[in-house]
Design a protein around this ligand. Sequence first.
Ligand code: NAP
Length: 231
Amino acid sequence: MDRHVVVTGCSRGLGLAICQHHVGLGHRVWGISRYKPAWEHPRFIHHAADLTQEASLQQAFVGIKAQAKAIQVLINNAGAARMNYLLVLGKGEVEDSFALNAVAPIACLRVFARLMVGGGGHVVNISSIAAAANFAGTVGYAAAKAALDKVTKLAAMELASYMVMVNGVSLPPMEMGLGEHMREEDRQKGLEKTVLGRSIGLDEVLHCIDFLCAPANTYLSGETLHLGGLV
Ligand SMILES: NC(=O)c1ccc[n+]([C@@H]2O[C@H](COP(=O)([O-])OP(=O)(O)OC[C@H]3O[C@@H](n4cnc5c(N)ncnc54)[C@H](OP(=O)(O)O)[C@@H]3O)[C@@H](O)[C@H]2O)c1
Protein backbone atom coordinates (compact mmCIF):
# COMPACT_ATOMS: atom_id res chain seq x y z
CA MET A 1 0.00 0.00 0.00
CA ASP A 2 1.41 3.39 -1.01
CA ARG A 3 1.26 5.52 2.14
CA HIS A 4 2.54 9.06 2.51
CA VAL A 5 4.72 9.46 5.60
CA VAL A 6 6.31 12.54 7.21
CA VAL A 7 9.22 12.01 9.61
CA THR A 8 10.89 14.79 11.60
CA GLY A 9 14.54 14.57 12.59
CA CYS A 10 15.46 12.51 9.54
CA SER A 11 19.14 13.35 9.08
CA ARG A 12 20.56 10.65 11.38
CA GLY A 13 19.81 8.25 14.24
CA LEU A 14 16.34 6.84 14.75
CA GLY A 15 14.64 9.30 12.37
CA LEU A 16 16.81 8.25 9.43
CA ALA A 17 16.19 4.58 10.26
CA ILE A 18 12.42 5.22 10.34
CA CYS A 19 12.61 6.86 6.89
CA GLN A 20 14.60 3.94 5.45
CA HIS A 21 12.17 1.45 7.00
CA HIS A 22 9.10 3.13 5.50
CA VAL A 23 10.74 3.46 2.10
CA GLY A 24 11.50 -0.26 2.37
CA LEU A 25 7.79 -0.88 2.96
CA GLY A 26 7.04 0.88 -0.33
CA HIS A 27 5.83 4.16 1.20
CA ARG A 28 6.67 7.69 0.05
CA VAL A 29 8.54 9.53 2.77
CA TRP A 30 9.09 13.23 3.39
CA GLY A 31 11.79 13.95 5.96
CA ILE A 32 12.47 17.19 7.80
CA SER A 33 15.72 18.18 9.52
CA ARG A 34 18.16 21.08 9.37
CA TYR A 35 20.77 18.99 7.54
CA LYS A 36 20.39 16.53 4.68
CA PRO A 37 20.92 12.85 5.50
CA ALA A 38 23.80 11.01 3.79
CA TRP A 39 21.24 8.76 2.07
CA GLU A 40 19.02 9.14 -0.96
CA HIS A 41 16.15 7.20 -2.46
CA PRO A 42 13.62 7.96 -5.22
CA ARG A 43 10.75 7.65 -2.70
CA PHE A 44 12.42 9.92 -0.11
CA ILE A 45 12.28 13.72 -0.26
CA HIS A 46 14.20 15.84 2.24
CA HIS A 47 13.06 19.29 3.31
CA ALA A 48 15.59 21.36 5.24
CA ALA A 49 13.92 23.15 8.16
CA ASP A 50 14.57 24.16 11.72
CA LEU A 51 11.47 22.91 13.49
CA THR A 52 11.85 25.46 16.28
CA GLN A 53 11.37 28.29 13.77
CA GLU A 54 7.77 28.79 12.68
CA ALA A 55 8.62 30.28 9.27
CA SER A 56 11.04 27.45 8.52
CA LEU A 57 8.47 24.76 9.41
CA GLN A 58 5.80 26.58 7.41
CA GLN A 59 8.06 26.59 4.33
CA ALA A 60 8.61 22.84 4.66
CA PHE A 61 4.87 22.29 5.13
CA VAL A 62 3.98 24.24 2.00
CA GLY A 63 6.52 22.23 -0.01
CA ILE A 64 5.33 18.87 1.34
CA LYS A 65 1.65 19.78 0.88
CA ALA A 66 2.30 20.63 -2.77
CA GLN A 67 4.06 17.29 -3.36
CA ALA A 68 2.04 14.91 -1.18
CA LYS A 69 -1.47 16.49 -1.23
CA ALA A 70 -2.47 14.16 1.65
CA ILE A 71 -0.46 12.17 4.20
CA GLN A 72 -1.37 9.16 6.33
CA VAL A 73 1.48 9.03 8.87
CA LEU A 74 3.39 11.63 10.91
CA ILE A 75 6.30 10.57 13.11
CA ASN A 76 7.33 13.37 15.46
CA ASN A 77 10.84 12.07 16.10
CA ALA A 78 13.14 15.13 16.23
CA GLY A 79 14.48 15.66 19.72
CA ALA A 80 17.56 16.46 21.74
CA ALA A 81 18.60 15.61 25.28
CA ARG A 82 21.00 18.02 26.93
CA MET A 83 21.23 16.88 30.53
CA ASN A 84 21.99 19.26 33.37
CA TYR A 85 21.26 19.63 37.08
CA LEU A 86 18.72 22.22 38.21
CA LEU A 87 21.16 24.49 40.06
CA VAL A 88 23.36 24.92 36.99
CA LEU A 89 20.67 24.66 34.33
CA GLY A 90 20.45 27.70 32.06
CA LYS A 91 17.03 29.14 31.23
CA GLY A 92 18.01 29.02 27.56
CA GLU A 93 18.69 25.27 27.78
CA VAL A 94 15.18 24.70 29.14
CA GLU A 95 13.65 26.90 26.45
CA ASP A 96 15.59 25.10 23.71
CA SER A 97 14.50 21.72 25.05
CA PHE A 98 10.84 22.68 25.19
CA ALA A 99 11.05 24.33 21.75
CA LEU A 100 12.28 21.13 20.08
CA ASN A 101 10.83 18.32 22.23
CA ALA A 102 7.38 19.77 22.97
CA VAL A 103 6.50 22.89 20.96
CA ALA A 104 7.79 21.62 17.59
CA PRO A 105 5.67 18.42 17.73
CA ILE A 106 2.59 20.56 18.48
CA ALA A 107 3.45 22.81 15.53
CA CYS A 108 3.90 19.77 13.27
CA LEU A 109 0.64 18.23 14.45
CA ARG A 110 -1.15 21.52 13.84
CA VAL A 111 -0.11 21.69 10.20
CA PHE A 112 0.33 18.06 9.11
CA ALA A 113 -2.88 16.81 10.70
CA ARG A 114 -4.65 19.03 8.15
CA LEU A 115 -3.27 16.75 5.45
CA MET A 116 -4.94 13.77 7.19
CA VAL A 117 -8.40 15.28 7.53
CA GLY A 118 -10.72 13.46 5.15
CA GLY A 119 -8.73 10.25 4.92
CA GLY A 120 -7.64 9.73 8.53
CA GLY A 121 -4.14 8.90 9.68
CA HIS A 122 -1.70 7.93 12.41
CA VAL A 123 0.69 10.08 14.43
CA VAL A 124 3.47 8.73 16.66
CA ASN A 125 5.29 11.04 19.05
CA ILE A 126 8.72 9.76 20.09
CA SER A 127 9.05 10.26 23.84
CA SER A 128 11.54 9.12 26.46
CA ILE A 129 11.57 7.02 29.59
CA ALA A 130 13.02 10.16 31.23
CA ALA A 131 9.52 11.70 31.20
CA ALA A 132 8.08 9.14 33.61
CA ALA A 133 11.13 7.80 35.43
CA ASN A 134 12.21 10.83 37.52
CA PHE A 135 16.00 10.88 37.11
CA ALA A 136 17.92 13.73 38.75
CA GLY A 137 19.73 15.94 36.24
CA THR A 138 17.16 15.58 33.47
CA VAL A 139 14.59 18.24 34.34
CA GLY A 140 14.85 20.27 31.09
CA TYR A 141 14.52 17.18 28.88
CA ALA A 142 12.17 15.11 31.06
CA ALA A 143 9.70 17.95 31.62
CA ALA A 144 9.59 18.68 27.87
CA LYS A 145 8.98 14.99 27.03
CA ALA A 146 6.31 14.81 29.78
CA ALA A 147 4.65 17.77 28.07
CA LEU A 148 4.84 15.83 24.79
CA ASP A 149 3.06 12.89 26.44
CA LYS A 150 0.25 15.26 27.43
CA VAL A 151 0.14 16.58 23.86
CA THR A 152 -0.35 12.99 22.68
CA LYS A 153 -3.44 12.58 24.86
CA LEU A 154 -5.03 15.93 24.01
CA ALA A 155 -4.29 15.78 20.28
CA ALA A 156 -5.78 12.29 20.17
CA MET A 157 -8.98 13.62 21.73
CA GLU A 158 -9.21 16.58 19.36
CA LEU A 159 -8.46 14.57 16.24
CA ALA A 160 -10.51 11.46 17.03
CA SER A 161 -13.50 12.60 15.00
CA TYR A 162 -11.21 12.88 11.94
CA MET A 163 -10.06 9.26 12.39
CA VAL A 164 -6.54 10.43 13.23
CA MET A 165 -4.99 8.16 15.88
CA VAL A 166 -2.32 9.89 17.97
CA ASN A 167 -0.01 7.79 20.14
CA GLY A 168 3.47 7.95 21.61
CA VAL A 169 6.32 5.55 22.25
CA SER A 170 8.43 6.18 25.32
CA LEU A 171 11.90 4.83 24.64
CA PRO A 172 14.44 3.43 27.08
CA PRO A 173 18.10 3.88 26.06
CA MET A 174 19.02 2.66 22.57
CA GLU A 175 22.49 1.78 21.28
CA MET A 176 22.23 4.47 18.59
CA GLY A 177 21.55 8.18 18.22
CA LEU A 178 21.41 10.02 21.53
CA GLY A 179 21.95 6.68 23.26
CA GLU A 180 25.50 6.49 21.89
CA HIS A 181 26.50 9.63 23.78
CA MET A 182 24.91 8.73 27.13
CA ARG A 183 27.04 8.40 30.24
CA GLU A 184 27.16 4.74 31.26
CA GLU A 185 25.69 5.49 34.71
CA ASP A 186 22.71 7.27 33.08
CA ARG A 187 22.20 4.32 30.72
CA GLN A 188 22.18 1.92 33.67
CA LYS A 189 19.68 4.06 35.57
CA GLY A 190 17.43 4.02 32.53
CA LEU A 191 17.68 0.26 32.05
CA GLU A 192 16.92 -0.41 35.72
CA LYS A 193 13.59 1.37 35.20
CA THR A 194 12.49 -1.13 32.54
CA VAL A 195 10.87 -4.52 33.11
CA LEU A 196 13.23 -6.05 30.56
CA GLY A 197 16.40 -4.46 31.97
CA ARG A 198 18.16 -4.05 28.63
CA SER A 199 18.39 -1.43 25.91
CA ILE A 200 15.89 -1.56 23.06
CA GLY A 201 16.95 -2.60 19.56
CA LEU A 202 16.12 -0.60 16.46
CA ASP A 203 13.92 -3.38 15.02
CA GLU A 204 11.98 -3.49 18.29
CA VAL A 205 11.29 0.26 18.10
CA LEU A 206 10.26 0.03 14.43
CA HIS A 207 7.93 -2.88 15.18
CA CYS A 208 6.08 -0.86 17.84
CA ILE A 209 5.80 2.19 15.57
CA ASP A 210 4.46 -0.06 12.77
CA PHE A 211 1.88 -1.48 15.18
CA LEU A 212 0.63 1.99 16.10
CA CYS A 213 0.63 3.21 12.47
CA ALA A 214 -0.98 0.15 10.92
CA PRO A 215 -4.15 0.94 8.92
CA ALA A 216 -5.82 -1.73 11.08
CA ASN A 217 -5.26 0.44 14.15
CA THR A 218 -8.61 2.18 14.27
CA TYR A 219 -9.10 2.18 18.04
CA LEU A 220 -5.81 2.60 19.96
CA SER A 221 -5.28 6.35 20.43
CA GLY A 222 -4.11 8.77 23.10
CA GLU A 223 -1.63 6.35 24.68
CA THR A 224 2.09 6.61 25.23
CA LEU A 225 3.49 3.08 25.30
CA HIS A 226 6.43 2.53 27.64
CA LEU A 227 8.59 0.20 25.59
CA GLY A 228 10.45 -2.30 27.74
CA GLY A 229 7.85 -1.75 30.46
CA LEU A 230 8.20 0.90 33.15
CA VAL A 231 8.86 -0.22 36.75
N1 NAP B 1 18.57 7.19 21.19
C1 NAP B 1 18.06 6.98 22.41
O1 NAP B 1 18.64 6.25 23.24
C2 NAP B 1 16.75 7.62 22.78
C3 NAP B 1 16.16 7.30 24.02
C4 NAP B 1 14.95 7.90 24.37
C5 NAP B 1 14.32 8.77 23.50
N2 NAP B 1 14.92 9.08 22.31
C6 NAP B 1 14.22 10.03 21.41
O2 NAP B 1 14.28 9.51 20.10
C7 NAP B 1 14.24 10.60 19.17
C8 NAP B 1 15.38 10.44 18.15
O3 NAP B 1 16.59 10.54 18.85
P1 NAP B 1 17.99 10.03 18.23
O4 NAP B 1 18.62 9.21 19.26
O5 NAP B 1 17.80 9.50 16.88
O6 NAP B 1 18.76 11.47 18.18
P2 NAP B 1 19.82 12.05 17.14
O7 NAP B 1 20.62 10.97 16.53
O8 NAP B 1 20.53 13.14 17.88
O9 NAP B 1 18.88 12.68 15.99
C9 NAP B 1 18.09 13.80 16.28
C10 NAP B 1 17.42 14.28 15.00
O10 NAP B 1 16.66 15.47 15.31
C11 NAP B 1 16.97 16.47 14.34
N3 NAP B 1 16.87 17.82 14.90
C12 NAP B 1 17.51 18.30 15.99
N4 NAP B 1 17.22 19.61 16.14
C13 NAP B 1 16.38 19.95 15.11
C14 NAP B 1 15.75 21.15 14.71
N5 NAP B 1 15.89 22.29 15.40
N6 NAP B 1 14.96 21.13 13.60
C15 NAP B 1 14.82 19.99 12.87
N7 NAP B 1 15.38 18.82 13.21
C16 NAP B 1 16.17 18.80 14.32
C17 NAP B 1 18.40 16.16 13.93
O11 NAP B 1 18.64 16.67 12.62
P3 NAP B 1 19.48 18.00 12.30
O12 NAP B 1 20.56 18.13 13.31
O13 NAP B 1 19.95 17.74 10.89
O14 NAP B 1 18.48 19.12 12.36
C18 NAP B 1 18.41 14.64 13.91
O15 NAP B 1 17.97 14.16 12.66
C19 NAP B 1 14.32 11.88 20.00
O16 NAP B 1 13.04 12.45 20.15
C20 NAP B 1 14.85 11.41 21.33
O17 NAP B 1 14.47 12.25 22.40
C21 NAP B 1 16.11 8.53 21.92
